[in-house]
Design a protein around this ligand. Sequence first.
Ligand SMILES: NC(=O)c1ccc[n+]([C@@H]2O[C@H](COP(=O)([O-])OP(=O)(O)OC[C@H]3O[C@@H](n4cnc5c(N)ncnc54)[C@H](OP(=O)(O)O)[C@@H]3O)[C@@H](O)[C@H]2O)c1
Length: 357
Amino acid sequence: MTYSVAVSGASGYAGGEILRLLANHPDIEIRTVTAHSNAGQKLSEHQPHLRSLAHLTLQETTPEILAGHDIVFLALPHGQSGQYTDALGDVPLVIDAGADHRLTSQAAWDAFYGGAFHEPWAYGVPELLVDGVKQREHLRGATRIAAPGCNASTVSLSLAPGVAAGVIDPSDIVTVLAVGPSGAGKSLKTHLLGSEILGSANPYAVGGTHRHIPEIRQALAAASGPSTSSGTVEADGIRISFTPVIVPMARGILATSTAPIAPGVSDAQIRQAWESAYGDETFVQLLPEGSVPRTADVLGANTALMGLAIDRAANRVVVVTAVDNLVKGTAGAAIQSMNIALGLAETTALSINGVAP
Ligand SMILES: NC(=O)c1ccc[n+]([C@@H]2O[C@H](COP(=O)([O-])OP(=O)(O)OC[C@H]3O[C@@H](n4cnc5c(N)ncnc54)[C@H](OP(=O)(O)O)[C@@H]3O)[C@@H](O)[C@H]2O)c1
């Protein structure tokens, strides 16, 4: 069967990456692409690298134009998806790359986003531990999927094994992320001009204000649970100091996340927690002891590469994880989740290999 697809936000970074990956998907026909201020223009004016899709023209984003497809991807600024999702009831599968359907707590949405709260959808991070199983179990047959925030899924994947196994203390997590500016989208912003970021490392949203914090707390609370060794930890028991730093690389996230080692836990138990969580995974890979990843190793790949170190002097576990924010952080996660929802091979159209140098 071939599924017809519409991609909204097709002139943007996330929409463009969804299209790039879908263009190689054997079961997908990309029928419709939509945008907002650039509607009416050729897709190739905004995504000149997508040569096989150069015949497509960006249409207006309306429920009528998006309806009538088997699958609709929404890659719009947060707060914009809800107005369309309500009207797409007849579309068999809708996947939102925005934040609108990620959070289960309205209080968290109000505190970090504001505006209308929309119901949470199945979270599109298949490898995440959720109450003793993997999130992919909740994606099989799903009809509504919320793809993750790129920073949020990187940090959640980094620490979920430790939280689930009870080998780290989740009430004192510190994470610092080097992030490329594509994570902030393609629209013009002064602080993201080349002249502002080239040759500089620029921290932002310092001091607990970044919007991905509640998403990480929600994911790590779900990773603990009655059937895991740590027992359930509520989201407010997960405390995170989260500092992103924009660095001059177009795409990529390098997240260094640390947490105290739980009392009485051995080094072998710590490593075992991550090995048993990800040993069988294709797209989340734990590097051998002593190795840490670089963003250069995952560019263009749907791979999260992880290095684990145990700092006994500081009594902390240190996890360094590299992802491509536009692939494993967004479009790849969305398509991997789509494959699972449709019962297709999970890896279809996704590569574990990066582009280097
Ligand atoms: N960039 C990432 O690494 C990343 C990672 C994870 C999740 N996400 C999420 O993906 C979504 C898109 O992000 P992005 O980085 O691709 O942003 P972007 O590059 O700024 O693209 C935004 C897209 O949305 C369209 N748009 C803007 N306002 C709209 C409206 N009111 N109605 C319909 N379409 C509208 C734009 O169309 P015009 O160009 O025609 O105005 C453009 O195609 C966001 O919710 C973001 O949080 C992004």
